[in-house]
Design a protein around this ligand. Sequence first.
Ligand code: PAF
Length: 282
Amino acid sequence: MLIVNAVEKMRSLADQYRNTGKTIALVPTMGFLHEGHLSLIRRARSEADVLVTSIFVNPIQFGPNEDLDKYPKDLQRDIILAQDAGTDVLFVPVAKEVYPENFQTFVNVKELTRGLCGKTRPNHFEGVTTVVAKLFHIVKPHVAVFGQKDAQQALVIKRMIDDLCFDVRMFISPIVREDDGLALSSRNKYLTPEQRRRAGILYKSLCLAREMIKNGEKDVSVIKKCMKKEITAQQGKVDYIEIVLPDTLQPVGELTGNILIALAVYIGETRLIDNMLLHLSG
Ligand code: PAF
């Protein structure tokens, strides 16, 4: 596995691959890799000749009071994990090169970023789309793989790909969960053992919603209320619980067809997100 830090080097490598007829897959990450990332890497491995994994803790997608400074890092471990999962090129750029002095151009997907996580994290998605657009220009992938855990992020990036005519095919990989259902996330590392036990409530509340719908509950507000009650009983602080259409993220009128139940919850100081897609008949 090659490790590349310089943007120019990555660009010329990408050109070389393309000029010799090789297809490129990209898995963008912020490092501190876990089984969720590795499932994206393995998925990407099967989609192209050359697999590039990027590791970059993107400063512009963090708000002023968020966890940029303490975001977990372990590059040596990441190198081993990325290589074992099939990465050919590990692209680890430095912030000064990605955002040189006088950097002032941003990519903003307007509507899809307003609700859900966009409410609490106003500039977050602009930071994500800007860095992903840059990574697409530098790595020149034919294919990119993102995780369903960040459902809104995946939708926003898909919108950007279509709106800006990026010639990149996007795949979304399923959520990987711990035994109690907690979705894997680098931020789980912040949880104390006692908070970790309580964090299982995110998934449990999604399962509760699914069960209520299966048993005929039609009122979205009743479902959200019950989820909130369960979460609060585990001392979780709800940032949002929403039941939306998966394509537009608009609140559902009625519980039929495809729906996305999404939530963000603080367990202690740690903000965790999760979601569940349901395909309802009727
Ligand atoms: O999902 C993430 O880890 C990040 O938001 C991404 C897509 C790597 C952009 O920094």
